[in-house]
Design a protein around this ligand. Sequence first.
Ligand SMILES: [Zn+2]
Length: 377
Amino acid sequence: MNYCTQCLQPDTRPNIKFNAQGVCPACEYWSTLNVMDWDEKRKILLEICDFGIAHKSWGYDCIIGVSGGKDSTRQALFVRNVLKMNPLLVCCTYPPDQVSDRGAYNIQNLISRGFNTVIVGPAPQTWKKNMLNGFYKYGNWQRSTELALFTSVPRLAIAYQIPLIFWGENPALILGELGVRSNGYDGNQMKWANTLAGGDPSWLCVDGITKKDVLCYSYPADEEMTRAGLRIIYLSYFWKVWSRLENGMLAAVHGLDVRDDHSETIGDILGVEALDEDWITVNQMIKFRKFGFARVTELVCEEIRFGRMKREEGIPLIEKYDGKCSDKLVGNFCDYLGISIEEFWRVADSYTNKEIFEKDKKGSWKLKYPVGVCHAR
Ligand SMILES: [Zn+2]
């Protein structure tokens, strides 16, 4: 396990490659922000808007995927108020017994700003079975729910014949996830992100679940997207300042309700994302056991790149809070999926990466590698 020499990104992130100087792709991108031709970028963005306007349907010239979870407020307001476009919002919701009051409030808050919003609600029974399937098969209960979230937007774009989709973060630039094969703003290959794995839902068709049940999880095929002329555009490419902190603050000014939980219970130091349900924290804890990093590392890395935090200030925050999750959350998660706490830890242990973790004297898993230390390559 090795760390980027500039931020605290580890090389254990799937689909990442550091350069010869040991710098991660996200830091490489950040270093170009001050020398980029922003006028040229603006021109590209306006041309994209013209494409949307030329192909509008029912008066809508673009679609934006939103949630009550994090940065969609910024995207929706920017597209309507700054780009002067007429967006239709699409929101794939969690089942009623999973969505948090805060998440329900946040999506209502966004809609109340005057947006027409299409809500997609996959059946809770199938949803829950899929979560359990992903938990066992990949150690990632979000595997199916992310698929539904990412699928709902292009599906609706095809159905409503509105071919322009605005998305927020380009994971290749912002995180260094190179699987998405993007030139910077083109998101048409986003289904190749690590957890979407090409958008194929066939692994969900087990335990009595049929093709009909996975409609909401079936990402459109390339041919369908080409036929519909879809263009998925990452807005983050066109913003000089894109970070969880800025996005969260801007959304909060516009009424987003953020978390007030303690960092140690939710493995988070800002509390501005994953607001619409609580068990993403459980997933982040398992992700930490797989790859040795989770949300706090990502937040700290952004703060380091923006020069608001020193590398050595970030290390103790990661050591203290990354991958943390309270027993209460684990208990609630197990109740929801109908599994025992023992079974949960058996699965979590099976996904713990023994190459980078070892057990301490108390029997707890600890990273073998000190956070932030770069090894010779
Ligand atoms: Zn870096």
